[in-house]
Ligand binder design. Structure first.
Ligand SMILES: Cc1ncc(C[n+]2csc(CCOP(=O)(O)OP(=O)(O)O)c2C)c(N)n1
Ligand code: SF4
Length: 287
């Protein structure tokens, strides 16, 4: 299948020229095409922000939720129809800031979805405030004396919570990002791909050049070793890229739902038990 299957020729793309989001869009289209996931079987769920616009530029089903809250509808969609491929797309502010609590508990639930986080270390859409992943001493019009907080480390948090797939990519390297996204989609269970994504307008520190100079790919790394993955996840400067950890053996959220224990079909494909519904309505009328 060709990546062009997902093209939206009339899309009015609002990203700045040179934005790192273009690389992620391209890599995602290529990964989906490689895996032959047809647009009708794909659901892209996003929050609010520059990253959250990505589903509007790609052919598929779309649910654009609230800022930080995209993982809840994504969980609902996957639960209602487990055979769909669900990809959640958010910015670092959206996912790790406003959506921090949803991030934690979706990992614990192990919902079978792919969580792509465009990590530009800044709030892009609202014009350049610090985000949870902004590095110390990052100056913005709001943080005039520089960021003093410890940056949020999504990979080590995900590992600590038992995530079954934890990876980091760089949007300037489309081929490797494509490969990592493919493996994340193929993973059964929750998969986090934190993607370094240069914001060329509001982050003049963490540029393409900076990410190239401050990252390296994991080599000879055993992704089944969780302790080693954790050790690599806390490395900063240079930051490792690649698949830190993969544990395919975990039971997913959907597999734990009793409605699928005896029947794998999604609810909308099942016959309606009218008599049971009638009895339920009658029983409520008596109250
Ligand atoms: C609950 C809530 N808080 C704040 C906002 C305002 N807001 C919209 S987008 C945004 C920042 C987006 O930054 P990020 O998630 O990092 O994505 P980016 O634009 O950088 O891709 C903020 C603060 C909002 N819409 N809803
Ligand atoms: S503001 Fe930054 S993140 Fe938003 S489109 Fe422009 S370069 Fe991309």
């Amino acid at each position: 299948m060709k990546p062009e299957v997902y093209d939206m020729p009339d899309a009015d793309v609002a990203w700045c020229p040179g934005c790192g989001n273009f690389g992620i869009l391209k890599a995602l289209k290529m990964a989906l095409a490689d895996l032959e996931i047809w647009p009708e079987n794909l659901v892209l769920v996003s929050g609010i922000g520059q990253a959250g616009k990505l589903p509007h530029y790609l052919k598929g089903n779309v649910y654009n939720g609230l800022h930080g809250r995209s993982l809840s509808p994504a969980t609902g969609i996957k639960s209602a129809h487990p055979q769909l491929t669900v990809v959640d797309v958010s910015g670092d502010g959206c996912m790790y800031g406003e959506g921090g609590n949803h991030f934690l508990h979706t990992i614990r639930r192990n919902v079978n979805l792919t969580n792509l986080v465009h990590n530009n270390m800044v709030y892009g859409l609202t014009k350049g405030q610090a985000s949870p992943t902004s590095l110390r001493d990052f100056h913005t019009p709001l943080q005039v004396e520089g960021v003093f907080e410890e940056p949020f480390n999504p990979l080590s948090v995900a590992l600590a919570l038992g995530a079954g797939f934890v990876a980091r990519a760089f949007s300037g390297d489309i081929e490797r990002t494509r490969d990592i996204i493919k493996k994340a989609i193929l993973h059964k269970g929750y998969a986090l791909v934190d993607i370094f994504q240069p914001c060329v307008t509001f982050n003049r520190v963490n540029t393409y050049r900076w990410f190239r100079d401050n990252t390296y790919y994991l080599e000879d790394h055993n992704p089944t070793d969780r302790v080693e993955a954790f050790r690599r996840a806390i490395e900063t400067g240079p930051y490792p890229l690649g698949i830190f950890y993969q544990n395919p053996g975990k039971k997913t959220f959907e597999e734990n739902l009793s409605i699928y224990m005896e029947d794998e079909r999604p609810l909308h494909q099942r016959e309606i038990k009218r008599e049971a519904v009638r009895k339920l309505i009658q029983s409520k009328k008596k109250i």
